[in-house]
Write a protein that binds this ligand. Structure first.
Ligand code: SAM
Length: 243
C-alpha cells in the first residue's frame, strides 16, 4: 500500500500535500474509498481511506502500531562530492536508516557550495529523502541540515563520533569502528563523518580529533566517497538489528 509522510492532521482527517495529491491522482489512479498508509511528523502510522481525490482529504480509519527506525540515531556528515553523488547518498542513506544528514564543505571538495547555493537545492534534496523514506517504510523523515564547515560541526557531534580516514586504514587501524559498535547502547547517538573524492587533509582530521571525533578505518580497501557512508550505515544496521 502506498505510504505518505504527512504534515497536516485535523482531528480524524489528513490532508495530503500537493505533490502527493498529484501522486494519488495521476500515478496511483486512486479512487474515493481506496486505502493509503500515512505517517505523521511524530512517527505515528495510520491506515486511511481517501475521501476526496481532488483535495487530498483522507479519513483516518485506525492507528497502526509500527516503528521501523534503528534503535540509535545516526547522523551522517558528508563532504560534498561531485555530480549527483550527493543525491545518490541521500537516497541510499535514507533507506539504510540515517537520522540526519549534514553536508560538509571541506578543503578538498571539488564542488564549492555556500549556504545560499545549497538552500536552492534543498527542496529537491528533501523530495529525494521523502520518496526514499516512503519507499523504505521509514517512520521518520531524515533531516537535511544546511551546509557546514569543519569549524562549525560541534553541534552535530553526538555520544559517539567517527571520521572515516583512509590513512588509518593504510597503517592498519581497524578497531575503532568495531569498538564503538560494541559500546554504543540503545537510544544513544552516533555521528559518522565521510570525506569527498579527495578525502580529508591530516590537519582537518586533527581538528576533528580535538572536538572528540575518533578516526577509523573501513578496512584495507579504499572505498569511493559514495560507497563509504553506505558501508558504514550497513555495518551499523547489521550490528543493531541482525546480530
Ligand atoms: N583521496 C583518498 C586516497 O586516494 O587515498 C581517498 C578518499 S576516499 C575515495 C573518500 C572518503 O571515503 C575518505 O575521505 C574516507 O572518509 C572514506 N574512505 C574510503 N575508504 C576508506 C577506508 N578504507 N578507511 C577509511 N575511510 C575510507
Amino acid at each position: 500500500m502506498q505510504r505518505y509522510f504527512i504534515q497536516e492532521k485535523k482531528e480524524n482527517n489528513i490532508y495530503l500535500q500537493p505533490e502527493d495529491i498529484h501522486h494519488i491522482k495521476k500515478v496511483m489512479r486512486n479512487k474515493v474509498g481506496d486505502s493509503v498508509h500515512c505517517i505523521d511528523p511524530f512517527g505515528k502510522h495510520y491506515l486511511c481511506s481517501i475521501q476526496d481525490v481532488e483535495t487530498g482529504c483522507l479519513k483516518i480509519d485506525k492507528e497502526i502500531e509500527e516503528w521501523n527506525e534503528l534503535d540509535i540515531e545516526v547522523t551522517l556528515i558528508y563532504a560534498m562530492p561531485k555530480g549527483d553523488k550527493f543525491e545518490f547518498v541521500l537516497q541510499k542513506a535514507t533507506e539504510l536508516g540515517v537520522h540526519r544528514i549534514v553536508p560538509l564543505q571541506s578543503r578538498r571538495c571539488v564542488v564549492k557550495l555556500d549556504k545560499q547555493k545549497f538552500e536552492k537545492k534543498l527542496e529537491r534534496y528533501q523530495k529525494i529523502v521523502k520518496e526514499a523514506a516512503e519507499q523504505s517504510y521509514r517512520s521518520i523523515l531524515p533531516k537535511i541540515e544546511s551546509i557546514q564547515t569543519i569549524a562549525s560541526l560541534s553541534p552535530y557531534l553526538t555520544n559517539y563520533a567517527l571520521v572515516a580516514y583512509e590513512e588509518s586504514a593504510k597503517v592498519g587501524e581497524h578497531h575503532n569502528f568495531k569498538k564503538v559498535m560494541q559500546e554504543i547502547k540503545t537510544k544513544q547517538s552516533l555521528t559518522i563523518i565521510v570525506g569527498s573524492e579527495g578525502g580529508f587533509d591530516e590537519d582537518e582530521i586533527e581538528a576533528l580529533e580535538k572536538m572528540g571525533v575518533l578516526r577509523c578505518s573501513l578496512g584495507k580497501r579504499i572505498l569511493r566517497s559514495e560507497t563509504a557512508p553506505l558501508y558504514m550505515l550497513s555495518v551499523i544496521g547489521y550490528h543493531r538489528e541482525m546480530e
